[in-house]
Design a protein around this ligand. Structure first.
Ligand SMILES: [Zn+2]
Length: 224
């Protein structure tokens, strides 16, 4: 079974690419949030345990996350392999995943990193503008209003919610990038990291990721 760990900061386009890649490669896309929600819905013992943490607004412990993950990996549709999106998020999780895979005679085959400079991430993540009248949402880059600062639909003023302001985004990113760097270094040391330039259009990034995930392509790419 192939185990691929897709890495990237928030705003790097990881979720979009994970869906595209999983479809192209016949891998199951496992996003941690979806994984928990599915486990809770299924009503299994593990799902009930995870649900109890989520109801309290607490983080699901790593050990439980791994048990839920491996339960998912045993499903028939995952027999070809999985593409993990959003896990591991910390060095401790990466080490726990390695240990759990090793027990099963497996390992992370490749960990592609979608690299986007921090400045660009802030631009992408802070581009959201919301209309005061009815909450219509725009994005300065992806979906700009026809007239800056004015809602296309009702002509009301557009404003940035606190969460969408550059200074808020920058502060949130700083803590997230610290953990990501540790995970990236871990996979670089293991010799499975492949860096992909995430500043280009979606299709170009997908093409690079497909090359990174092809065994022949990986030996040609710069690793680490
Ligand atoms: Zn509006």
């Amino acid at each position: 079974m192939r185990v691929v760990v897709l890495l990237g900061a928030p705003g790097a386009g990881k979720g979009t690419q994970a869906q595209l890649l999983a479809g192209r490669l016949g891998l199951v896309h496992v996003a941690t949030g979806d994984l928990f929600r599915a486990a809770v819905r299924s009503g299994t013992a593990l799902g009930r345990e995870a649900g109890a943490y989520m109801e309290r607004g607490a983080l699901v412990p790593d050990e439980l996350t791994l048990r839920i993950l491996f339960e998912r990996l045993e499903a028939p549709d995952a027999s070809a392999g999985v593409l993990l999106d959003g896990f591991p998020r910390t060095l401790a999780q990466a080490e726990a995943l390695d240990a759990a895979l090793a027990e099963r005679g497996s390992r992370v085959e490749v960990a592609p990193l979608i690299e986007v400079p921090e400045k660009e991430l802030v631009t992408r993540l802070s581009g959201r503008w919301t209309c005061r009248a009815d909450g219509h949402v725009y994005h300065a880059l992806a979906n700009p209003p026809r007239l800056a600062g004015v809602c296309d639909v009702d002509g009301s003023e557009l404003y940035q919610r606190d969460d969408d302001r550059p200074e808020t985004v920058r502060a949130r990113l700083a803590s997230q990038l610290g953990a990501l760097t540790e995970v990236v270094d871990h996979y670089a040391r293991a010799g499975v990291l492949v860096r992909v330039d995430g500043r280009r259009p979606i299709e170009a990034v997908t093409a690079d990721l497909l090359t990174a995930l092809a065994p022949a392509g990986r030996s040609r790419s710069a690793v680490g």
